[in-house]
Unconditional design. Structure first.
Length: 274
């Protein structure tokens, strides 16, 4: 497995056996009154999979997902256009983006075909990218896809992995600012457990020591709850820089586990080109 780690961990993708898995989301295009859902891909990795500047790309809806097919051979545009429209899809071209936040090969799709697939603005997605074909699936349930980012050790400046959880969703599941929680790690999993303020502090400390857990307090960033974790707890669980993990949660508990793409419905024998 090769980790694609860029910009301090903000690019969330892994490469395995000529396949890239990338996390993204449905964003919004246009003004609020006339906005439309949008899905965008960007990066030099697109060229490695045939999606080069100027190529034609067919976007087709699938239930709670999309499929993007590279159209680079034996193309009769009128027939391709008609067939794509009949299947509820659209055609787009890749281009070179030079904006401050997005550079390199890019393609964007917007419109009703995204809504027809059952997707809406804000939905979290995971994409399976092979040569000539990108399949996208919605991430359902109480799950967030997050990557192991990079920070530096104090005094030595050596790179070290960091788990970074941020947002109002934490407060909704019991991890409000100043909440005390325990952190337990074992191979393949890290568990955060929140405790109500009514619980006696000394009892939590005693429990954590007996079970070799770490005590952490939820902090804030720009008014939102923030959980950060660095060091051996991460490496002991088997996580490393750039890994994508599942943050599966219920009220008062968050469990971090390594990403298993097959759980999102990507069939092993899916055709790369349709």
């Amino acid at each position: 497995m090769i980790v694609k780690q860029e910009d301090g961990g903000r690019k969330r993708m892994i490469k395995e056996d000529e396949v890239i898995y990338q996390t993204l989301s449905v964003t919004r295009s246009g003004l609020a009154a006339e906005s439309r859902p949008r899905v965008q891909f960007n990066g030099e990795w697109l060229s490695e999979f045939g999606f080069e500047n100027g190529v034609l790309i067919q976007a087709l809806p699938e239930w709670e997902g999309l499929v993007f097919n590279l159209c680079d051979k034996n193309i009769t545009y009128s027939e391709l256009y008609r067939g794509t429209r009949e299947r509820g899809g659209t055609l787009n071209r890749a281009y070179i983006s030079g904006t401050r936040t997005q550079k390199g090969v890019t393609f964007v799709t917007t419109g009703r075909h995204i809504s027809r697939s059952g997707l809406k603005c804000g939905d979290a997605l995971i994409a399976k990218c092979e040569y000539g074909c990108i399949r996208v699936r919605k991430v359902n349930g109480n799950i967030r896809l997050i990557n192991v980012a990079k920070t530096k050790r104090p005094y030595t400046n050596e790179p070290t992995p960091m788990v970074f959880l941020l947002g109002g969703w934490l407060g909704e599941i019991g991890f409000a600012p100043d909440t005390l929680m325990t952190v337990a790690s074992e191979p393949g999993i890290i568990t955060f457990t929140a405790y109500e303020k009514a619980v006696i502090y000394s009892e939590i400390v005693k429990y954590a020591r007996q079970n070799k857990m770490q005590l952490v307090q939820v902090s804030t960033k720009e008014g939102s709850p923030l959980i950060t974790l660095t060091g051996n707890r991460i490496t002991n669980a088997g996580f490393s820089l750039g890994d994508i993990f599942l943050a599966e949660y219920e009220y008062g508990v968050i469990k971090l586990q390594k990403l298993e793409p097959e759980r999102f419905g990507f069939a092993e024998a899916e055709s790369r080109r349709e």
